[in-house]
Design a protein around this ligand. Structure first.
Ligand code: ATP
Length: 321
């Protein structure tokens, strides 16, 4: 599979002088043809700033990006007809009907599909003659998606595509995106919904403070992360499994382990032999949520299974590495 997007050492600074703020701090990534690539991260991590650069809406302050082998800013006229963009807030004209809005967008596309086609794809046929201002937030989001699909894109950028949608509508958008992937469309999406990334993404990158701090398939990201065994302190010395990290907060003991089954056995065997109950025992395998929360807490943990992205002296990443 060929790379549809490549980014090397990409940085983005807003403002200048005393007011300069570096929102993207040395991002490397590649997106392969036909995959769904999810960018996750805390608020302000730099997801939208990165997406803007990949979309060619702005040039990086430093670094290089290619989309279909071209520069998305310099070669915009070649790249743009192949891409669909769903921004975080669409800003659609409120007074136009859904159909008028889509007709307007259609007239700007190079090789568009029909308005009826996209209305059916996003499930809004019955709202075609309603003004945009009268739509619910979730329906407006679906019009944003319909606009992004009108040009029959080979590459779709989706910035929080299901924010504001009810659970059933979210699932119908997931089905639509899965179908587009099966048809060969490549997608880059940002989301705050971890279940969305779990359900859809072939690969995930988690951003924090402008850099990618974890990346890989769901299995790779979660597999790199320790499981936990928690229980109330038994009031006497208990076995500390080899290689596990044990935290004690008040009476609560948390064992962080990469050998959940073995260490759980050790603790349970010990408790049985000692006739000690392990009160409040809870064993949890690592999950995308636990990885994400760890990143958000800025906890030290092994960073990123992909290529090195920042110099070892980069202060932001130094805090995480
Ligand atoms: N035009 C701008 N001028 C100055 N700073 C900006 C600008 N746009 C974004 N920023 C800052 O850059 C950082 C990254 O913002 P960005 O919107 O890329 O994050 P995000 O990960 O998409 O966040 P969210 O999940 O909240 O949408 C934030 O600190 C934000 O305040």
């Amino acid at each position: 599979m060929s790379a549809v997007i490549t980014a090397h050492g990409v940085r983005r600074t807003y403002g200048s002088g005393d007011k300069a703020f570096e929102a993207v701090r040395g991002v490397d990534l590649d997106v392969t043809e036909g995959e769904i690539f999810a960018l996750l991260g805390t608020n302000g991590a730099g997801k939208t700033s990165t997406l803007d650069l990949l979309e060619g809406m702005a040039s990086p302050t430093r670094g290089e990006i290619t989309v279909f082998g071209k520069d998305p800013v310099r070669d915009r006229r070649l790249v743009r007809p192949e891409t669909g963009i769903m921004l975080q807030s669409g800003g659609l004209p409120a007074e136009l009907t859904v159909r008028e809005t889509l007709e307007m967008w259609r007239s700007t596309s190079t090789h568009p599909t029909t308005v009826d086609d996209v209305l059916a794809m996003v499930g809004l046929e019955h709202r075609a003659d309603v003004r945009v201002r009268a739509l619910s937030g979730g329906e407006q989001r679906r019009v944003d998606l319909a606009c992004a699909l009108l040009g029959r894109p080979r590459l779709l950028f989706l910035d929080e595509p299901t924010t504001g949608l009810d659970p059933e509508s979210r699932r119908s958008v997931w089905r639509l995106l899965s179908g587009l992937r099966s048809a060969g469309v490549t997608m880059v999406l940002t989301t705050h919904y971890l279940d969305e990334a779990e359900a859809l993404a072939d690969r995930i990158a988690i951003m924090h403070e402008g850099g990618i701090v974890r990346r890989g398939t769901l299995r790779e990201i979660v597999g790199d992360h320790p499981a936990t065994i928690a229980f109330d302190h038994p009031g006497m010395p208990f076995p500390q499994p080899d290689g596990a990290q044990v935290d004690i907060t008040g009476i609560r003991v948390t064992v962080h382990t990469r050998n959940l089954q073995g260490d759980l056995h050790t603790l349970l065997d010990w408790a049985r032999d000692q006739r000690v109950p392990l009160v409040g025992l809870a064993a949890n395998a690592a999950s995308l949520e636990s990885v994400f929360l760890d990143v958000a807490k800025d906890k030290p943990a092994p960073r990123d299974t992909g290529r090195p992205q920042q110099s070892p002296t980069d202060p932001q990443i130094g805090a995480l590495a």
